[in-house]
Design a protein around this ligand. Structure first.
Ligand SMILES: Cc1ncc(COP(=O)(O)O)c(C=O)c1O
Length: 362
């Protein structure tokens, strides 16, 4: 078969280890998974209740326009319904955008390290990736501007960035957007937006009004705790949404996800509570790092990247043997670090105790 040549260079996404497989392998009773930046507190009870109600039933295709969710979200965000696009997770939106704009004669600019799916999809489309190294964990926006040429079709910004957890300050973002040519799409991936506590964080939805080439991506997989149901959305000027829509499969957002996401938006108390517990959890990590002389990036997300000054794979392995699944920084572009999702108070205490023991022994 004549596969696209670039596919042969790619490996499938490596998911974090499953709890069951680790239990079996290390003969452990209790495992805590802090590897995929999921919400340790689950999801809103209102979302769970909505799932029971699925009025249309499973034999019926989902609403391809996501009418109810679209109405709820447009009221919540104060945007027009035509300014929204939905995806089977924001992963799917990254794929749709890449499909719509990238090809072998185009290039795309992104930070490095950043979320892996921008590059993955660009490679599948045969586009050239211009990866611009982070500086101290931050996007180097000047270097990203300098990388633009007449074949640049998309620039990816991840704020807060995965895996560093750092964000782009408003003045820098606006100055950057002012300089990007209007025919290049800027994708601002805000998967962790709801966790942000920085007071000078920008209002990205407002920015889409001033910059007609900006699309903001968000997700119900993180603070909303609905990762299994796969719902992401994009907000942009209606002409961008109109251009992207034909690249979206008609029934990409499932019925249960639509129901749960609509209900989840209404439960502001759950979100505020998770945000506050996450803030407290991050403090636990900061204190541990300070006490143990470990460097980290202050995080605006529900994860933290800690430099353990040794092979991240070894730390990953050591923690796994103690019942904690985290993410080795090796695969994320930080070979001496681990990325740990902020869990509940007890989970954080546990993983930090395990990390302390491991570091003392090694
Ligand atoms: C920065 C970023 N963007 C997008 C995603 C994809 O999220 P989902 O497809 O679950 O909406 C993730 C998931 O970890 C992420 O970290």
């Amino acid at each position: 078969m004549r596969w696209k040549e670039q596919l042969l260079t790619l490996t499938p996404y490596q998911p974090g280890k499953s709890i069951e497989s680790v239990k079996k392998q290390y003969n452990l009773e209790h495992i805590v998974k802090l590897a995929s930046n999921e919400n340790p507190f689950g999801c809103s009870k209102q979302a769970l209740a909505a799932l029971q109600s699925n009025p249309a039933g499973l034999a019926i295709y989902p609403d391809g326009y996501a009418t109810n969710l679209r109405e709820t979200l447009s009221a919540f965000l104060q945007v027009e319904e035509e300014e929204l696009i939905f995806g089977n997770g924001s992963d799917n939106l990254i794929q749709i955008i890449s499909r719509a704009l990238l090809h072998p004669d185009a290039n795309t600019i992104m930070a490095a390290p950043t979320f892996s799916q921008y590059k993955h999809n660009a490679v599948i489309e045969g586009a050239i990736c211009k990866e611009v190294p982070l500086v101290n964990g931050d996007h180097d926006l000047d270097a990203m501007l300098a990388a633009i040429d007449e074949k640049t079709n998309i620039i990816w910004l991840c704020s807060p960035n995965n895996p560093t957890g750092t964000y782009i300050p408003e003045n820098k973002l606006v100055a950057f957007l002012e300089k990007v040519p209007a025919d290049i799409l800027v994708v601002l991936d805000e998967a962790y937006y709801e966790y942000v506590i920085a007071e000078d964080y920008y209002n990205s939805i407002d920015l889409t009004r001033g910059f007609a080439n900006l699309i903001v991506l968000r997700t119900f997989s993180k603070i909303y705790g609905l990762a299994a149901l796969r719902i992401g959305y994009g907000v942009a000027n209606r002409s961008i949404i109109k251009a992207l829509e034909p690249a979206r499969e008609p029934f990409n957002v499932n019925s249960l996800g639509q129901l749960a996401a609509s209900a989840a938006i209404e439960d502001k108390e759950f979100i505020n509570n998770c945000k506050e517990k996450n803030r407290q959890g991050l403090e636990q990590f900061y204190q541990f790092c300070t006490k143990n002389g470990l460097e980290y990036y202050p995080s605006q997300t529900n994860f933290i990247l800690i430099d353990c000054k040794m092979d991240g794979n070894k730390v990953f392995q050591g923690l796994m043997e103690k019942g904690y699944i985290v993410r080795s920084g090796n695969a994320l572009g930080f070979p001496s670090a681990v990325r740990i999702t902020v869990g509940s108070l007890e989970q954080n205490e546990g993983v930090l105790r395990a990390l302390g023991e491991f570091l003392a022994q090694n």
